[in-house]
Write a protein of this length. Structure first.
Length: 88
């Protein structure tokens, strides 16, 4: 019976995160992330710079009176601010 090391089990896994990490480490892998996978979506979201995000959060707090949800991006904050201004 062949030895089952962590790398051989990870390379056979269907989880695209293993393929991404092992690919960056230089290992050949069998499970590559498919187009539109969660790993690629996370990379595209993280790649967008959010330089005005702290300012939008501060503006939301001043208008609404409570802290914004940290998971909201700049577009969502702008929409929530516009909605709050329209209701006032």
């Amino acid at each position: 019976m062949k030895s089952q090391s962590y790398m051989t089990r990870a390379m056979r896994a269907r989880d695209p995160r293993f393929a991404t990490v092992l690919g960056k480490l230089g290992y050949s892998h069998t499970a590559e992330p498919t187009k539109g996978s969660k790993a690629q979506k996370r990379q595209t979201v993280a790649a967008v710079p959010a330089s005005d995000l702290p300012e939008l959060r501060k503006q939301y707090q001043e208008i609404v009176g409570k802290l914004p949800f940290n998971g909201w991006d700049a577009e969502m904050l702008r929409a929530k601010i516009a909605e709050a201004k329209a209701s006032n």
